[in-house]
Design a protein around this ligand. Structure first.
Ligand code: DGJ
Length: 974
């Protein structure tokens, strides 16, 4: 089963310019190539100058003088986290007459409809016989070796680009290829004699395959230094082919016999500084995993134990050898757990393991101890799998590690290879060992309904810190996220100090523990909560845990936040690059009184403000007068919507907005047609009363028939009207964890898997629909749901002051572009606090701006001001949604200030808030971080100019006077 962080989106990049094919006779071309090489050689000094000191992942290509070369492709747009596009242009044609050639691999690229395309442009360093041209390519490639760019040895250059090719493929007799399919399985493929034979010609350009455009920048077609054109059997080619296979389902062929290939390729290639390989298999069965700013090391001992060696800042392969001998000298006492938890990759209950374990099972004969030994290891791209098998029982735990930029994802697959059942009593995703240090301070996001994600910091004492949810949803009491550092007094702060952090991508009950031993050894476990869990593993089956994610930052909480935001934006959320729309939601305006006329009136006013998505919240469906009825019947209320939702949706769309509705698919009111038809479809014990919460029961999504019903019901709803968005809510916990079927204890897992399945299937059927995740506010805002929802509703508390604290904490774990925030009426219904419109807008503009007030009652002046705030937000939203967040002050009772720096550094949005003037402080001086000290920034409102150095070292003065003062200063780099 796939890990739960399911959406692994690759960034699509703009294609480089592809030039028309050039038909140049061999001699002319050889001459042209020679000239080109000479020209490129002249540019080498420039290239060296630009490249010196370049690090993997740096973007320097756009500044490279090489791009000025007349033959070069247009510079590619810089992509988030993108590479160096040095824009080497290369026209190539060659005629290869040898068996086992290195020049071409065939790829049925999915985007070319499965037709074979060609990659490889004769860049191989090893001799290739060519009868007209050739060699130019590899000479060029040789020149751009990492050393020439001042890169450290593990860094490599990738040639990336677009390839436009015609191929004449002549084979006189047909034959067989060795092929490798998308899953890496070797095989043979027969191919028939081709047209060349039929026409009696070996080389027939007229028989060319149609031009196949296979390339976008993301296609790696070879890399330097020197050899490697995607050949799997070549030392350098492995990475190339792997990458292609991973991304595009490549079938690569190696010809076994003589043949003639003529190809005429016009590639536009770029050079990109590639990340060094993220996983190294070292001597002594040690593995070094390296991502952005971190390293992780482990090793299989000769006895089959899987030792943890390192998690923290980057280390070198040679260091791992030292670590292998390191812990051997450690003192031990027979009163201690053995082995100590921090020395093992998986603490499996059994023997003298007395520390917090990550795995506990019960075998059919009643034995509840494990005895695991490493059986095999496998590296595939950026993923490592270590299989541990029980020494006696046919049971295995496969530990998975995947490097994702600055994050390491880990999960475990538990396998019952026998013919007797096994029960999983505890199956955490992983344990994380941290290095020793004298003091540990934990940061977590605690809270409650309407007061979620409150930043909480406490020093750890010996013992166990347990954060958890037992509610079947992640809940409001804490986020499944925890950070650990050495404490403020010991260097750790926003700007400095090492921080380790762990999160769990799971939308159900979860548990994180941080266990600190008296000698300062700390380890953290993360996984599905084992509370009430008895998850059966029938014979011949396996179960995969959710993903736990570890992020390390060497330079404080600023860097940690950047890394979490980057991870979430790049590897988790759907549509990561799409700007989120300005939302209007009618919940607080009309509550359950949903009528088309009043919704339409709100829609007109929302559109006039500049809203782009209009969502009708709870109350639109049959029987829903109040909380007591209707949930489960997802058909519009007949009296209000006799023709369904379509007329309203059409009118909303005619106003220029998208249209969305609220649903609570997992719940059911006892007073609903669904419950009357299927009273057995809920979680319940046969002999116990059923627990109502917000007057609903929870549908047993552990049951396949219930899942199927929900998919069908939501499909029908989404097909009944042009619905662009769903707000997916759940307002109750899971109680009575039994669906009346076998294996009641597994409901804690199966409900969440059912929720994911329904959500995934609905998204699959309606890929245009956007999802907001909600559970009585922020009760379900974890990485698991965020891999399936564009954003979350972080809290029902829309009081702008309370929201500052909630949002402050939320952004430690999540990117602001997943954080919806509405401007509602003053006073808000929950706190009755009066807050001016300006403060309310500024507070909401620090995330995804929404409006949720009753616009029908807003004054003209407020509506006009609101329209201006929305327009201003649109001018800065790319900066807020995709920029770098810096917390400048986080004291909701006093001054809260934060800044966002646009990804290209061109805009800075600074927000400052104070509920009242205290101690006569009428202004604050905010020192901004992350700006270019040499750049000049102009205040967009006043025109005042500041140097980046001044803003950083001295600060930006912001006035905050009166009650509920707020400021938004927009600075543009000039
Ligand atoms: C709880 C949500 O958090 C609110 O925003 C609203 O959608 C209500 N449910 C509707 O019942």
């Amino acid at each position: 089963m796939a890990p739960q962080v399911a959406t692994q989106l690759e960034h699509r990049r703009e294609p480089l310019v592809v030039q028309p094919e050039q038909q140049v006779a061999g001699r002319q071309l050889a001459q042209a190539e020679a000239e080109r090489v000479a020209q490129l050689r002249r540019h080498r000094t420039h290239l060296d100058g630009v490249g010196r000191g370049v690090q993997a992942g740096d973007v320097v290509g756009r500044q490279a003088p090489l791009l000025a070369h007349p033959d070069l492709a247009a510079p590619a747009a810089a992509e988030p986290g993108g590479g160096v596009e040095l824009g080497l242009g290369l026209d190539h044609r060659a005629h290869d007459r040898r068996a086992g050639h290195t020049g071409v691999d065939e790829i049925p690229a999915p985007e070319s409809g499965g037709r074979p395309a060609v990659v490889g442009a004769g860049l191989a360093g090893e001799p290739v016989q060519r009868d007209d041209v050739g060699g130019a390519g590899h000479r060029v490639a040789d020149r751009f070796e990492p050393a020439a760019l001042g890169l450290e040895p593990p860094a490599q250059l990738q040639l990336v680009g677009s390839v436009h090719a015609r191929v004449a493929h002549s084979d006189p007799v047909g034959g067989e290829d060795d092929v490798v399919d998308a899953a890496g399985r070797p095989g043979r493929r027969r191919f028939a004699p081709d047209g060349a034979r039929q026409h009696g010609r070996l080389h027939r350009p007229g028989h060319d395959r149609p031009p196949v455009r296979i390339g976008q920048n993301e296609h790696v077609v070879g890399f330097g230094p020197g050899p490697g054109i995607g050949r799997r059997d070549h030392p350098h080619g492995v990475g190339v082919a792997d990458r292609l296979r991973t991304r595009h389902g490549v079938v690569s062929c190696r010809r076994r016999r003589d043949e003639t290939l003529t190809w005429n390729i016009v590639p536009r290639l770029g050079l990109r500084v590639a990340d060094p390989p993220s996983i190294l298999h070292l001597p002594d069965d040690a593995f070094l995993l390296r991502g952005d700013g971190f390293a992780y090391a482990l090793a299989v001992t000769p006895g089959g134990d899987l030792r943890h060696l390192h998690w923290g800042g980057p280390i070198e392969p040679a260091d791992v050898g030292v670590l292998l001998t390191d812990d051997a000298r450690e003192f031990g006492s027979n009163t201690w757990s053995s082995p100590r938890a921090h020395t093992e990759e998986l603490v499996a209950h059994g023997g003298r393991r007395l520390d917090e374990s990550a795995l506990k099972v019960e075998f059919a004969d009643g034995v509840r101890a494990l005895d695991l030994a490493a059986e095999s290891t496998a590296v595939s791209g950026d993923e490592l799998t270590v299989r541990l098998a029980d020494r006696h029982y046919p049971f295995a735990a496969e530990l998975h590690y995947r490097v994702r930029g600055g994050a390491l994802e880990r999960w475990t697959t538990l396998v019952n290879d026998g013919d007797a059942p096994i029960v999983l009593d505890r199956a955490y995703s992983a344990g994380w060992a941290l290095p020793w240090q004298p003091r540990w301070v934990a940061t977590w996001l605690a809270g409650a309904y309407a007061a979620e994600t409150q930043l909480t910091r406490r020093e750890l004492g010996p013992g166990r810190l347990v954060l958890e949810s037992r509610r079947g949803i992640p809940g409001h009491a804490a986020q499944p996220w925890l950070a650990l550092d050495a404490g403020d007094e010991a260097r750790a702060s926003d700007e400095a100090g090492a921080v380790w952090s762990v999160a769990l991508a799971w939308s159900g009950s979860w548990r994180l523990t941080a266990e600190l031993a008296a000698d300062g050894r700390l380890h953290v476990t993360a996984g599905v909560n084992d509370f009430d869990l008895r998850h059966p593993l029938p014979p011949g089956t396996s179960w995969t845990t959710p993903v736990t994610v570890g992020v390390f930052a060497a330079a404080g909480h600023d860097e940690l936040t950047d890394r979490w935001h980057a991870y979430e934006r790049t590897h988790v959320v759907p549509r990561p690059d799409a700007v989120r729309p300005v939302l209007y939601n009618s919940w607080e305006a009309t509550f359950f009184d949903v009528r088309p006329e009043s919704q339409l009136e709100l829609a007109r006013r929302a559109a006039a403000l500049g809203a782009e998505l209009f969502v009708v919240d709870d109350g639109w469906f049959a029987g829903r007068e109040d909380e007591s009825a209707g949930v489960g019947d997802w058909t519009p209320d007949r009296s209000a919507f006799p023709d369904g939702l379509k007329p309203l949706a059409d009118e909303v769309q005619a106003l220029g907005m998208r249209f969305g509705v609220w649903v609570e698919p997992e719940a059911v009111s006892p007073d609903s047609d669904l419950f009357r038809a299927h009273p057995d479809w809920i979680y319940q014990w046969p002999t116990r009363p059923r627990t109502l919460a917000r007057q609903t029961h929870l549908l047993a999504l552990s049951r396949p028939d219930v899942r199927a019903h929900l998919v069908q019901a939501l499909d029908a709803l989404l097909s009944s009207a042009p619905i662009d968005a769903l707000k997916w809510d759940l307002n109750r916990p899971l109680t009575e964890a039994s669906s009346g079927l076998e294996g009641a204890g597994s409901v804690w897992v199966e409900h969440v898997e059912g929720f994911y399945e329904v959500l995934d299937r609905v998204r699959e059927r309606h890929p245009g629909v956007w999802i907001e995740s909600c559970a009585s506010g922020g009760g379900r805002a974890d990485l698991g749901v965020l891999s399936r929802a564009e954003w979350v509703w972080p809290s029902d508390n829309t009081d702008a002051l309370e929201r500052l604290a909630i949002q402050h904490g939320y952004a430690y774990a999540h990117s602001p572009h997943t954080m919806m925030a509405w401007v509602t009426d003053s006073p808000t219904y929950l706190t009755k606090r009066e807050i001016p419109l300006r403060f309310r807008f500024h507070s909401a503009m620090t995330g995804l701006l929404g409006v949720g007030g009753n616009l029908a009652e807003w004054s003209d002046a407020d509506l006009a001001a609101a329209a201006e705030y929305v327009a201003q937000y649109k001018r800065i939203r790319a900066t807020v949604q995709f920029g770098t967040l810096r917390r400048l002050s986080g004291a909701p009772d006093d001054v809260t200030a934060l800044s966002y720096l646009a990804p290209d550094g061109a805009q800075v949005a600074v927000f400052a808030f104070a509920p009242s003037v205290r101690r006569l402080r009428r202004t604050v001086l905010l020192r901004l971080r992350g700006l270019d000290p040499a750049a000049v920034y102009a205040d967009a409102a006043t025109g005042t100019r500041y140097s980046g150095a001044l803003l950083h070292h001295h600060g930006l003065r912001v006035a905050l006077t009166g009650d509920y003062a707020s400021e938004l200063v927009v600075l543009d780099r000039i």
